[in-house]
Design a protein around this ligand. Sequence first.
Ligand code: 5GP
Length: 183
Amino acid sequence: MKNPKKLIVITGPSGVGKGTVVKNILKKDKNIWLSISATTRKPRKGEKHGEDYYFLTIEKFKEMINNEMFLEWAEFAGNYYGTPVNIIKEKIKNGYKVILEIEVEGACQVREKFSDTISIFLLPPNKKELEKRIRSRGTENEKSILQRLERADFEMSSSKDFDYVVKNYVIDKTTDEILKIIS
Ligand code: 5GP
């Protein structure tokens, strides 16, 4: 892929606030495009196909893996998630910076494939606060909450492998910090 500095990966454990920070970034910089991932997870209340995710069957997702249609993909908390590659190439060609908001394993794949990516790891203030944030979202059942928290330990231990580590205390401050890194 040409011009890889235009690819920005934001990662960190589930519940750290990646989605909220990314939404803020998109409001402040219209030259940034957020990749829409594919997933086999069932839609949550209010989530729309083609806006929040492409919600796919496992068969369709595996077909896309076999046809090399993902830039990266990973299994997370019992579901598959992946980044469709073609649209990203197109957006970068058209002058956009592209943000991927993805979990840690996928983020590592992107870093290995494209060493010139900007990679940013968001950390919670502490594990207790992370649990509070996941629970207060009210989107997961207990099994999924525990799966996500269990995975968070491994994920946070990988933070040192990324270009920038930002502790997400206050959303507005975190957003400004990331905008500064990107520019
Ligand atoms: P959720 O189910 O909460 O929407 O997402 C679970 C995790 O999967 C989050 O950490 C989210 O950032 C990550 N994720 C979303 N899309 C992708 C993707 O395309 N690839 C990978 N590797 N992770 C993703």
